[in-house]
Write a protein that binds this ligand. Structure first.
Ligand SMILES: NC(=O)c1ccc[n+]([C@@H]2O[C@H](COP(=O)([O-])OP(=O)(O)OC[C@H]3O[C@@H](n4cnc5c(N)ncnc54)[C@H](O)[C@@H]3O)[C@@H](O)[C@H]2O)c1
Length: 259
């Protein structure tokens, strides 16, 4: 059990990749704070983990609203002690031609994905610094490594997360705190809802049912990424087995991205 009793906060833990990370950490006996904008979704995941014998509890928060993140972090610390691992996973994505990207969509994407990660890092670091240890994992994407048409705001946010990760890795390495980013390829979660798939199809003049086979055909390993692929990488990076790894942006993309 490589994460025994490690206090772990996962944002966006109520769905998709975040939920898989919560389950994988719980399987390694971590104490998992499942947090989400949708408290009922967080509670569902925490309840499933408890029913399976794991340690988990749910908190509602909005990663882009500092007061809600600070409140949850204080409650988590008073319940289990200071945070050992903080996973900034919550994120949103829309497929929009650049000239149709409104100020509101740009701002929302940057607020949730990038500012939410900034806030999460500050809140986590304040609990980690007194003990001179901790691990932060920030969810970037293969869209944080290479641009993609109709994803300008999303790519900007995910590139930004890698810059933030590298800067914090440098600044806090001497304090025993490691900071890394995860860069998954396409994962068919709720993020790829009907609207997202049909908007993606439109940009390549494809029918919605053609999108998944097209995406699969572009991956050298021949399949899409799964939430569990990402979760297992997160478990490794959070563990002491990764004690010499910081400031990295790890591709989990089946060979689609190699830089
Ligand atoms: N699915 C993919 O193809 C893919 C690929 C690479 C990276 N990612 C990234 O992985 C992360 C998780 O994506 P997913 O596919 O699991 O999506 P998802 O939509 O299944 O889950 C995202 C979760 O985040 C929560 N959330 C949204 N806004 C929030 C906010 N302001 N505060 C707190 N919680 C909020 C949602 O309620 C939801 O439960 C995102 O950062 C995403 O950009 C996804």
């Amino acid at each position: 059990m490589i994460l025994e009793n490690r206090v772990t906060v996962v944002t966006g833990g109520g769905s998709g990749i975040g939920a898989a990370i919560c389950r994988a950490f719980a399987a390694e006996r971590a104490r998992v704070a499942v947090t989400d904008l949708r408290p009922e979704a967080a509670e569902q995941v925490a309840g499933e983990i408890r029913a399976a014998g794991g340690q988990a509890a749910a908190w509602g928060l909005d990663v882009a609203t500092r007061a809600t993140v600070e409140r949850a972090a204080e409650e988590i610390a008073s319940r289990w002690g200071p945070v050992d691992v903080w996973v900034n996973n919550a994120g949103i994505s829309r497929v929009v031609p650049f000239l149709e990207c409104s100020d509101a969509l740009w701002d929302l994407t940057l607020q949730v994905n990038l500012k939410g990660t900034f806030i999460g890092c500050q809140v986590a670091l304040r609990q980690m610094l007194p003990r001179q240890r901790g691990v932060i994992l920030n969810m970037s994407s293969q869209s944080g490594k290479a641009g993609n048409s109709h994803y300008a705001a999303y790519c900007a946010s995910k590139f930004g997360i890698i810059g933030l990760t590298q800067s914090l890795a440098m600044e806090f390495a001497a304090d025993g705190i490691r900071v890394n980013a995860l860069c998954p390829g396409v994962v068919f979660t709720a993020l790829w809802d009907e609207q997202h798939i049909s908007d993606y199809g439109r940009k390549r003049a494809m029918k919605p049912e053609e999108v998944r086979p097209y995406l699969e055909s572009k991956v050298p390993l021949g399949r899409l990424c799964t939430p569990e692929d990402v979760a297992q990488t997160a478990v490794f990076l959070a563990s002491d087995a990764a004690s010499y790894i910081t400031g990295q942006a790890i591709n989990i993309s089946g060979g689609s991205v190699m830089n």
